[in-house]
Design a binder for this molecule. Structure first.
Ligand code: FDA
Length: 429
């Protein structure tokens, strides 16, 4: 077990946020509303939200009204509408006529907010461990590549980790979809346009990668390999969308575990392995027009899986197996993109010895309180909060942006209450 931290006296912050993506950016605003002394640590050199997938026309999958503040505080100066006003684009956006801005525009909004909190963030700085402070049960030391920050509370919002199949290693010609843009730019800069590209997966990122690579490398064959029969549309219908409402978090949190599992199962198709219907239609039309023209560059290997992949000096040999009859053939590709999704970063990784003092459920997952605080043993009086990796307790919106405004308000209010009372209430979920 990691020993307690014995750093000399350090200034004590009310809250230190680990990671400065949209979740903790939302928290920065909510903490300021509560008058809290907050600091954040971010390993990227500057603010960035999935920069490797900021494709030209890709749109947000949530309404602009689900920005960092509006659902909690529509009067906040950090709303998407305030951003548009500041950029002198409010009337233009109204004429744009959609509630779904491009990811590029939403990224610009997030950067605009992040700039307002720059003095509270250490960029290019990685949190390596969080430790209790010797003799001070109400304090934690956050160890970073740039020194130590002491806090009464920490909020872990470290986001998603790209998932590659067992045994696959990323390389110059094997990418995870998160590196789509830098990979493309590097290939263009080298002057080595691929001739045969394979994209693995059938979710939104996979379909976007197929579309992007097909448009960018105009001589390349682009082959999609996936287990489904075809791309399936994301359920964005009004009743299903309620699963992302703030009130749904209350319902989910209170529900018995069997009902939680059922809700996650029924509504997985709002988020997982599904594609925006417009993109599906556009890809299908491109495919059909190519069939008409007789020059087919798009190819779909459905109901299939990659059984084996071997990288040589100048290509990757993929054994693609039909799930229908087991027939295999080898695709020789000079670029393979795995759009095989993400998993939430394990908050326990940074907690070291503290992790043993956090309660777990029967499946070994962190036991979370309604206010996103980890239930710990009573010896830990400091608050450890988690944003993101709480789908098992708080539902489908946990890894998404839909609930950032309300969730960060709840966390900031919980932190403020504990700071004002000088101690934390006992944790119980
Ligand atoms: P996020 O991953 O954004 O940020 C975490 C930050 O923590 C990162 O900046 C990382 O560098 C930092 N970090 C991690 N470990 C650290 C450490 N040890 N020390 C310091 N810093 C550390 N959702 C949605 O609702 N609508 C949408 O349209 C989309 N679109 C979308 C597109 C793409 C391409 C992806 C991959 C995902 C989405 N999402 C989404 C889902 C996505 O998870 C969500 O939009 C946010 O990124 C969640 O924000 P977070 O701040 O929680 O994580």
């Amino acid at each position: 077990m990691m020993s307690d931290s014995a750093e000399p006296d350090l200034p004590v912050h009310d809250v230190v946020g680990v990671g400065f993506g949209p979740s903790n950016l939302g928290l920065a605003i909510a903490a300021a509303e509560q008058g809290l002394d907050a600091r954040f640590v971010e390993r990227q050199e500057r603010f960035g939200w999935h920069r490797g997938m900021l494709l030209q026309d890709a749109t947000m999958q949530i309404s602009y009204l689900k920005d960092l503040v509006t659902l909690r505080n529509p009067a906040s100066p950090y709303s998407f509408l305030s951003y548009l006003h500041d950029r002198d684009r409010l009337a233009d956006f109204i004429n744009y006529g959609s509630a779904f801005p491009t990811r590029l525009e939403f990224h610009d909004y997030l950067e605009w907010v992040a700039a307002a909190f720059a003095d509270q963030v250490a960029y290019d700085c990685e949190v390596t461990a969080i430790q209790p402070v010797a003799g001070e049960p109400g304090l934690l030391d956050v160890r970073t590549s740039g020194g130590v920050l002491r806090a009464r509370n920490v909020v872990l919002a470290t986001g998603l980790v790209p998932r590659l199949p067992e045994g696959v290693r990323a390389s110059e010609r094997v990418w995870h979809s998160r590196d789509l843009l830098p990979g493309t730019e590097a290939a263009l800069a080298r002057g080595t346009a691929p001739q045969r590209v394979v994209v693995i997966g059938a979710g939104q990122s996979a379909a976007e990668a197929v579309d992007h690579l097909h448009r960018t490398f105009t001589d390349a064959q682009v082959c999609a390999v996936f287990a489904r029969y075809g791309y399936s549309p994301a359920d964005d219908s009004a009743f299903a969308n309620r699963v992302f409402d703030p009130a749904a978090v209350d319902d989910f949190f209170r529900a018995p575990s069997g009902v939680k599992d059922a809700i996650l199962g029924y509504h997985a198709n709002t988020n997982y392995s599904v594609v925006d219907p417009e993109l599906i239609e556009s890809l299908y039309r491109t495919h059909y027009h190519e069939r008409v023209s007789g020059r087919e560059r798009l190819e779909f290997r459905n109901v299939s899986r990659v059984a084996d992949a071997v990288e040589t000096d100048d290509r990757v040999e993929l054994a693609v197996e039909s799930l229908i009859d087991g027939a295999r053939d080898v695709l020789s590709a000079d670029l393979v993109v795995y759009a095989t999704g993400y998993r939430s970063a394990d908050p326990g990784r940074l907690l070291g010895g503290l992790a043993a003092r956090c309660r777990r459920d029967a499946d070994g997952r962190l036991d979370m309180c309604r206010d996103y605080r980890v239930a710990t043993d009573p010896a830990i009086a400091a608050g450890i909060y988690v944003q993101g990796a709480t789908e098992h307790t708080h539902g489908l919106s946990s890894t998404l942006l839909s609930n950032v405004a309300v969730r960060s308000g709840e966390i900031a209010a919980s932190v403020a209450a504990s700071v004002r009372s000088g101690h934390l209430a006992p944790t119980h979920s």
